[in-house]
Design a protein around this ligand. Structure first.
Ligand SMILES: O=C(O)[C@H](O)[C@@H](O)[C@H](O)[C@H](O)COP(=O)(O)O
Length: 318
């Protein structure tokens, strides 16, 4: 690579094939603000005695919640297992469509539990059906630690995903671990600029920021996304593509992160959120509550499409 960001090897390993217990029926209590609608995989029945819907699972238990357009498409799953099945289908379909249209697919990972939720994507049928040679992989944020450190988002993605799929090593754009936080952020931004110039990365027609095909992101219980934390000045950054932080409230403290203009220039964003500890932040984001402090997740509004993948615990306050 002529660019300064590292391209790293993705060796193949044997795939795990875990099986999880499934529960057949999902009941989602809904406030009048939200509506559950029928969706491909499932049939929904209105429970006339209360403002709730029952969702009978056919392929994966899920209910779709209709929100104002800017909130995106919100789908709630009976379990994280069902969520991961649907997430794999969504990502594989998008990758195939976009790869066919433009010959490449640029995808961005966060750290955290998101990466484990991608486990179905590295299994059959997708392991065989996806054209992995078209994938270009990036990180929305990274901890400033060596790549073999347990805190490294690269290492997490490598262990759970990259080592299991034949993505060309030169298409994996990891952040430099030889630099300071500031140096690594500048280096990654230079890398992105080079990739825009060489037409590997699209650019937003509206604002000139890079436009990724898909960002796959988790959210913290405090409503942070990437390394953009509530109340931190990085949330306001609107010029840089990649910024650094040395006082992250979530350890480790030194990190780099895409900024909001980059995140919101995306063609597609999937917010993948599971667990009851995140229910309040999910509610704040989707119910349009006015907090004294705006949560970073409330600022996610891509140029393209936004899709929420929630398990029923994360959606329990909706
Ligand atoms: O490197 C990181 O810390 C992340 O990219 C971060 O934004 C993460 O995605 C959320 O904190 C959710 O993490 P969990 O899903 O593990 O709660």
């Amino acid at each position: 690579m002529a660019s300064s960001c590292s391209a790293l090897s993705a060796n193949l390993r044997t795939l795990p094939n875990p099986s999880f217990p499934r529960s057949p029926l999902l009941r989602i209590p809904l406030t009048p603000r939200f509506f559950a609608v029928n969706h491909g995989f499932s049939s929904l029945r209105l429970n006339s005695s209360s403002s709730s819907y029952s969702c009978r699972r056919t392929k994966a238990s899920m209910a779709e919640i209709v929100t104002p357009k800017s909130k995106g498409k919100v789908v709630v799953f009976d379990s994280e297992e069902d969520l991961s099945v649907s997430l794999a289908e969504y990502a594989a379909d998008l990758a195939t469509k976009i790869s066919r249209e433009k010959g490449s697919f640029t995808v961005v990972f966060s750290g955290g539990s998101l990466v484990k939720s991608l486990r179905k994507l590295v299994e059959k049928p997708y392991i065989d059906s996806v054209d992995w040679s078209k994938w270009h992989v990036f990180w929305v944020d990274e901890r400033v630690v060596p790549k073999d450190h347990p805190d490294s988002n690269y290492l997490l993605a490598y262990n759970e995903f990259l080592s299991k799929v034949p993505i060309p090593a030169s298409n994996v754009y990891a952040i430099s671990d030889a630099l300071s936080a500031e140096g690594a952020a500048n280096d990654y931004e230079t890398c992105l600029k080079h990739l825009v110039k060489t037409k590997i990365l699209d650019q937003s027609q509206t604002n000139g920021f890079p436009k990724f095909d898909l960002m796959l992101m988790g959210m913290g219980p405090d409503g942070h996304i990437a390394s953009l934390f509530p109340g931190h000045s990085l949330v306001e950054e609107n010029k840089k593509w990649v910024a650094f932080i040395e006082d992250s409230p979530k350890p480790p403290p030194k990190r780099i992160s895409f900024t909001f203009p980059v995140i919101n220039s995306s063609a597609n964003i999937a917010l993948v959120v599971a667990g009851g500890s995140k229910a309040s932040a999910v509610y704040s984001a989707l119910a349009d509550v006015s907090n004294s402090e705006v949560l970073p997740v409330q600022l996610v509004e891509p140029e393209g499409e936004l899709a929420w993948f929630l398990d029923k615990d994360a959606a329990s306050k909706l």
